[in-house]
Write a protein that binds this ligand. Structure first.
Ligand SMILES: Nc1ncnc2c1ncn2[C@@H]1O[C@H](COP(=O)(O)OP(=O)(O)OP(=O)(O)O)[C@@H](O)[C@H]1O
Ligand SMILES: [Mg+2]
Length: 270
């Protein structure tokens, strides 16, 4: 049987690093019409270092805004969003963002797209080349190093995006519906890929999704938001053993119960 490729452990985050604290965050936007929209109001959430948290909630409730505040792309009107006590300005290079839409450079090869992440991380060139090769093997992209994005399937493109994020090697992974556009089989496979990486690196992950099964399968914790301005409706610890397999989970009464509890909150708010 083929051996599962592994990653070198040198980049594992020091213990206790990557804790996130949202405290009383308020964000508003003024639309072109002049109308003011409040996306978040008095939002507070503590995420310990290394936790995998999914955020679910109705469209427009402020999920992407939350990630943007933490990464400094959007400014809070009030409150703070801190990483290990530091503002986004001071921790920008510790945060990696993966968007739902494909942000690969169309003219660059798989290898070069992943190299962008490594370049940003400022690694020494010798380490960088080794790291890129390792990631390509780990993400099962061997043989496609020189391929351009248009020559890849949707799932492969998302694996390249994930490779770029991991080459950057942030302490915090912010993932905004990263697998939302994929078919359910590919999505499940990508989820398993992500868990394999997470088990190895234990980075803090905030994962936004509309897929409740995906949220429960992946996460230590699922946070359900109300409609805009997003407030926490349910903060649920997912106490299921790891590693998790979809086939096992489907038969687990606790898994089914978690999904029911989340659905009941979503149904009452939408
Ligand atoms: N740059 C912006 N200018 C004006 N309004 C904005 C801007 N960004 C977000 N909003 C508004 O803020 C609210 C929250 O948006 P956000 O993108 O955070 O929602 P979301 O929960 O991620 O939704 P979805 O699930 O559809 O991605 C929405 O009403 C949206 O229209
Ligand atoms: Mg969004």
């Amino acid at each position: 049987m083929a051996q599962t490729p592994t990653l070198s452990s040198e980049s594992a985050a020091p213990p206790g690093s990557g804790a996130i604290r949202f405290n009383g965050v308020r964000v508003g936007f003024t639309r072109q019409t002049g109308q003011h929209v409040r996306a978040l109001e008095d939002f507070s959430l503590d995420i310990p270092a290394g936790q995998f948290v999914s955020i679910v909630g109705p469209s427009g409730c402020g999920k992407s805004t939350l990630l943007k505040v933490l990464s400094g792309l959007v400014e809070a009107e009030a409150g703070t969003a801190l990483v290990d006590g530091h503002t986004a300005q001071d921790s920008r290079e510790r945060i990696g963002f993966m968007f739902q839409r494909d942000t690969l450079l169309p003219w660059a090869s798989v290898e070069d797209n992943i190299r962008i992440g490594a370049d940003l991380s400022g690694q020494a060139p010798a380490n960088m080349q080794r790291r890129i090769a390792e990631l390509i093997a780990f993400l099962r992209l061997t043989g496609f190093e020189k391929s351009k994005p248009h020559e890849l399937s949707g799932g492969m493109r998302q694996r390249v995006s994930l490779g770029r994020l991991l080459a950057y090697d942030p302490d915090i992974l912010l993932m905004d519906e990263p697998f939302g556009a994929l078919d359910s089989q590919t999505k499940a496979a990508m989820g398993q890929e992500l868990l394999r990486i997470w088990a190895h690196h234990r980075r803090t992950v905030i994962f936004v999704t509309h897929d409740i099964e995906e949220a429960v399968t992946l996460s230590d914790r699922v946070v359900v938001l109300s409609p805009r301005p997003g407030r926490i409706r349910l903060d649920l610890s997912i106490d299921l053993p790891r590693p998790r397999s979809a086939a096992q989970l489907r038969k687990d009464a606790r898994y089914i119960d978690y999904i029911d509890r989340i659905w009941s909150q979503i149904e009452t708010v939408s």
